[in-house]
Write a protein of this length. Sequence first.
Length: 117
Amino acid sequence: MIRRNPLSILAMLSLFACLYSSESFAQNARTGTASDGTYITVPSGTVNDWVIHVSPQSMGFEEPGSEGDNALLKIECYVVQINQYTWQVVARYKYRPWSNRDGTWYGGSANYLLVHK
């Protein structure tokens, strides 16, 4: 017969309770998509009560038949705090369609995850 430590069983139960809590995480998190320049306002409290993560969703474009000279030069994806309740999304990319020309900045889009601390 295998004898288990009661603390390890309690730890496993606590872990499963955290992993499978259906509504508690959903109530404390928000997700969405935002374009460059979009404002994201916290649902309650201030920005100090929330953590935000942004990641690129759509950056660049395809130019069929002429991709030999194209270049995606830079991607920027972050937020800037505007006030105590709002962030502004920066989601843009610098693209050069021809090899003999400077790149141009274009607005892109980002996914965001907002989690209450």
